[in-house]
Design a protein around this ligand. Structure first.
Ligand code: SF4
Length: 116
């Protein structure tokens, strides 16, 4: 399963057996390499597959976003976060953009809390 391979790759999380939702992914049993496409056309097909066929898409996306957050002791040498593959119907660039929006919203909420 794709998410399982990803967990092994990022080496940040507990074993994937901990997350039963992964067995419900539409990608279960598929070749995980398909979810790490090398062309835009292939990426678009995989995104469409996730978006149209997967009932656990949001859990998959949340899982990937959490896995990709820099963690103490796991920083990349260049300071960048690795975001490979398609998860939750989004590619790495799209997840990075989503993370930026989420960070800004959190920043805004924290500013609001200071005023109260
Ligand atoms: S969203 Fe895509 S990669 Fe994630 S579990 Fe579903 S089919 Fe697999």
């Amino acid at each position: 399963m794709v998410a399982r391979v990803y967990v092994d790759a990022v080496d940040h999380l507990e074993p994937a057996e901990k997350y039963p939702w992964m067995e419900k992914g539409a990608c279960a049993g598929k070749d995980f390499e398909e979810f790490f496409p090398h062309s835009k056309q292939d990426a678009d097909q995989i995104k469409q597959f996730c978006n149209e066929r997967c009932s656990v898409k949001l859990k998959c996306l949340a899982f990937a976003m959490a896995a990709e957050k820099p963690k103490p002791g796991h920083e990349e040498k260049d300071g960048k976060v690795r975001r490979h593959g398609i998860f939750g119907g989004l590619d790495g660039k799209e997840r990075a953009a989503l993370q930026k929006v989420m960070d800004k919203m959190k920043e805004g909420n924290n500013d609001g809390n200071r005023d109260s």
